[in-house]
Ligand binder design. Structure first.
Ligand code: C2E
Ligand code: MG
Ligand code: MG
Length: 259
């Protein structure tokens, strides 16, 4: 009993340490954005980059997002973090994307942050400050917890689109990203969850699920993106069912932006 409870204590203490350090990570300039290219599925022309956050921790090295985003979401820190991402994402867009060609910059926002209207003000203010065309920005929304009021999210999505930005629902078809969102929510882009794409070339089930999602999204007038594309065969299948754009290992993994 002794060592069992001490192990739990160690883990809880560890999480608390990380949580406290995360509070200072923004001010200490420890957050980084890496960028993954997105290409047109038919022409393979680069159409944008997705910004993915990392934490350059002074002792632990580069920490991946899934090791600290859930902590940020549980503590409410996520709002500050997402605001940081918006500022830096728009700054990158102002510099011309990552290729200087003015492609779109896609950034991830937790559904939790979208309950706050001030987020739209921040977006407008930063776009104006850096003189960026709103059409260059896409917001990818993921819901991991199920604790978010859809009406609030949908309202902010509508406001962001009124500003001229696009909004994508991330990880569609898995977890909380359900088909009802195609009917009720103002997203103009659907990102098929990578779990269906990974096995596409070999699994008839994944192929049926993906075709179903694409057909429904297209019927609803949405643009479709596929992630986790790792081989040519998968790319060809996706092109065949008229997926609009793809990203993944086959095209390129996330990397830091070199000016
Ligand atoms: P996501 O937005 O669905 O991003 C896709 C994840 O898959 C990324 O992991 C990416 O590096 C990885 N990936 C891309 N292509 C491939 C591939 O071909 N094979 C494999 N195995 N993996 C691939 P990452 O960067 O660790 O991000 C994980 C999740 O963390 C993201 O999932 C997103 O939900 C969240 N996240 C990342 N950056 C941010 C951010 O700035 N703000 C918020 N709120 N969440 C973020
Ligand atoms: Mg994403
Ligand atoms: Mg995803």
């Amino acid at each position: 009993v002794e060592y069992y409870s001490s192990e739990i204590e160690t883990r809880a203490a560890d999480r608390l340490t990380l949580e406290n350090q995360l509070r200072y990570a923004i001010r200490r300039q420890e957050l980084r954005l890496h960028y993954q290219p997105k290409v047109d599925c038919a022409t393979l022309r680069m159409v944008g980059v997705e910004a993915l956050i990392r934490w350059q921790h002074p002792e632990r090295g580069l920490i991946p997002p899934l090791d600290f985003i859930p902590i940020a979401e549980a503590t409410g820190l996520i709002r500050r973090l997402d605001r940081w991402v918006i500022r830096h994402g728009i700054e990158i867009a102002a510099r011309g994307g990552v290729d200087g060609e003015g492609t779109r910059v896609w950034i991830n926002i937790s559904a939790q942050s979208l309950a706050d209207e001030r987020l739209v003000e921040l977006v407008e203010e930063q776009l104006e400050l850096r003189d960026v065309d709103p059409g260059r920005m896409v917001f990818e929304v993921t819901e991991r917890e199920g604790s978010v009021e859809f009406r609030d999210v949908s309202r902010i999505i509508t406001l962001l689109r009124e500003v001229g930005c696009s909004c994508a629902i991330d990880d569609f078809g898995a977890g909380y990203g359900g088909f009802d969102h195609l009917k009720d929510m103002a997203f103009d882009i659907i990102k098929v969850d990578g779990r269906f794409i990974e096995g596409l070339a070999h699994s008839p089930v994944d192929r049926a699920i993906t075709s179903g999602i694409v057909a429904a999204a297209k019927a609803a007038g949405r643009t479709v993106v596929a992630e986790f594309v790792t081989d040519k065969e998968t790319l060809d299948i996706l092109a065949g069912i008229e997926v609009d754009c793809v990203q993944g290992q086959l095209i390129g993994m996330p990397a830091p932006f070199v000016a």
